[in-house]
Write a protein of this length. Structure first.
Length: 118
């Protein structure tokens, strides 16, 4: 009887663990958009994630074409959204690096670029 119950529950347990594992915060979208070109240097970058973030352990850095930091150093988190202010950094390829801790206590990170000018 006990054994039959375990066999019956196994697929359910598998489904539950799989769902939890795929629930990390990953980048959903960004503004400026990933890989896109914008006419002038943006005043800020905003990222949206697939899960709510823990503000104290989530950060963004942004570098311009010369590799100089152009972000204010202080990201603002609101739910699943994180923004950071930028100073003007000229034309060229900007790189956005993000590192987040989601409310499920998992950390994830990534980076993408966007183009400014011409
Ligand atoms: Cu997770």
């Amino acid at each position: 009887m006990k054994r039959n119950l375990l066999i019956a529950l196994a697929p359910l347990l598998f489904l539950l663990t799989t769902a939890a594992a795929s629930a990390h915060a990953t980048l959903d979208r960004a503004e400026p958009r990933v890989g896109n070109k914008v006419a002038s240097p943006p005043h800020e970058v905003t990222l949206w994630f697939t899960q709510k973030l823990e503000p104290s352990f989530s950060s963004i850095t942004v570098t311009n074409a010369a590799g100089e930091r152009v972000d204010s150093g202080k990201a603002r988190v609101n739910g699943n959204q994180m923004s950071i202010s930028l100073r003007p950094g000229g034309a060229g390829t900007y790189r956005v690096n993000w590192h987040v801790l989601s409310v499920d206590t998992h950390t994830t990170n990534g980076s993408f670029t966007f183009q400014v000018g011409q």
